[in-house]
Design a protein around this ligand. Structure first.
Ligand SMILES: [Zn+2]
Ligand SMILES: [Zn+2]
Length: 457
């Protein structure tokens, strides 16, 4: 077995990994860096050359795991791509949206290179997707494995991160290789915690997103939900609006479910909630699959129960944040030209407004800049250098879709891998895990695989 990290830069970005087995090579995830454009946003696909790739396996449909899949598939047109049914439904929407974003960027940034792929490329790619059930060994083509000892096989396990998310076990050459993808072991408002296998494995590839996130000792999700409810209620009762920059996939649906519950429990008054077009499409997929996937509140159909207003980039310009409402707008990082970036320009300067953060943001993104900013300072929200004064209320809440670090550490200790490969994390996060894992598992080799360098397992 040989593992190669194909993520172009260290950290969280264009996540993509290659696993070479005795006779087959597989690719795990094929993401796009959300803060870069063109070739810089892609994994090291040029390293694949003309090599035959047997299949690609996707853990979930977030952009940093799926974004460059059509590019990879255009280089390997007959290769099957294995994923859960939820991931397939969402990936289709995410990738078509990504084409629109790339076309807009090309115009706005006057890029000389065309978009990495178009709508037709996504349609062609989707024909090779194979939807896979959870907890059932499959061949690398996605067919049901014919007998127990078949080799190699791939098995998907619910990862509790977003709809469709999975960790992947590959059994080959008498070894067990497990890749967590993005994982959450705790329940969220909709998503139930991961159900991962607990048998010993040889190799564990694990995400480390929250390795440097220290939680208060008395932290519980329930207390955090109460703190959030109180803060939202206080703002709305003053007649103000609350703006929450969120990822269109996952966090939007979690926030909508929380708002629904607060309204049911009469903690907050009936308040209009605004979301973007992409968010509403993904929410409709959550609704249509509610009874088919592991989740809480399977009867809750958010598009009916919460009935959000759907805003495009034109409407969002005309909305007045001084009218009481909740704005759950993507992107979560407040990337330039997105709804949250446009709308927050009206929110930031106004001391009567409330801006709440509920998830991860790249420190280098506009959301990262706002989270660090001092009251009264000016913040740059785009490349053009225009700045916006920061006077509004700002509060942060911890509703991460990623596991707390102690939970992932405990999982690693439980499955006692011979080798652990740390991925999907900043330097400080990886350092914390390296230190803790060496203490807890002294016989285990712990590596942070540098981009492009093969590691023999
Ligand atoms: Zn993710
Ligand atoms: Zn990710």
């Amino acid at each position: 077995m040989r593992f190669t990290n194909l993520t172009r830069t260290a950290g969280i970005g264009s996540n993509c990994y290659r696993l070479d087995l005795e006779n087959d090579s597989v690719i795990l995830d094929c993401g796009m860096h959300p803060e870069h454009v063109g070739r810089d946003s892609t994994p090291l696909l040029e390293n694949l050359g003309n090599n035959d790739i047997r299949s690609t396996i996707l853990t979930h449909a977030h952009q940093d795991h799926v974004g460059c899949l059509p590019l990879l598939q255009s280089q390997h047109p007959v290769m099957p791509v294995l994923m859960t049914a939820g991931t397939a439904r969402i990936a289709d929407v995410m990738l078509h949206n990504s084409v629109n974003v790339m076309m807009r960027q090309q115009e706005q940034l006057s890029l000389s290179e065309p978009p990495l792929f178009g709508h037709r490329g996504v349609e062609q790619a989707a024909r090779r997707w194979r939807t896979c059930p959870l907890e059932r060994p499959l061949t690398l083509d996605g067919d049901r494995a014919s007998h127990e000892s078949q080799d190699p096989t791939v098995t998907f396990y619910d990862a509790g991160h977003i709809l469709g998310s999975a960790g992947v076990m590959i059994r080959a050459e008498g070894k067990k290789f497990f890749y967590t993808g993005d994982v959450n072991f705790q329940d969220q408002t909709i998503q139930t915690g991961a159900r991962f296998p607990e048998e010993p494995v040889d190799v564990l590839v694990m995400e480390t997103t929250r390795g440097d996130a220290v939680l208060p000792d008395d932290f519980t999700r329930q207390k955090e939900e109460e703190r959030f409810s109180t803060a939202v209620a206080a703002a709305l009762n003053k007649g103000a609006s609350v703006t929450i920059p969120v990822f269109a996939l996952g966090k939007t649906q979690e926030v909508m479910a929380l708002v629904w519950r607060m309204q049911q429990e009469k903690i907050i008054p009936a308040t209009p909630i605004y979301v973007g077009g992409l968010s509403s499409k993904i929410t409709a997929i959550y609704d249509s699959m509610a009874s088919m996937v592991p989740r809480k509140l399977p009867q809750l159909h958010l598009m009916d129960a919460v009935a959000p207003y759907i805003a495009g980039s034109q409407e969002i310009q005309s909305l007045n944040p001084r009218k009481r409402a909740i704005y759950a707008l993507s992107s979560g990082m407040m990337s330039e030209h997105t709804l949250s970036n446009i709308f927050v320009r009206k929110v930031l300067p106004d001391p009567a407004q409330y801006l709440f953060f509920v998830g991860y943001a790249d420190p280098n993104s506009p959301a990262g800049a706002v989270r660090r900013a001092e009251q009264g300072s000016s913040i740059q929200l785009g490349e053009q250098g225009d700045t916006v004064p920061f006077n509004c209320h700002r509060e942060e809440f911890i509703f991460s879709a990623h596991s707390r670090r102690e939970d992932i550490l405990n999982y690693a200790i439980k499955v006692r891998p011979k080798t652990i490969l740390l991925v999907h994390g900043d330097q400080a996060a990886i350092e914390w895990f390296t230190r803790k894992l060496y203490e807890a598992l002294p016989g285990t080799t712990v590596l942070s695989p540098p981009p492009g360098i093969p590691i023999e397992l």
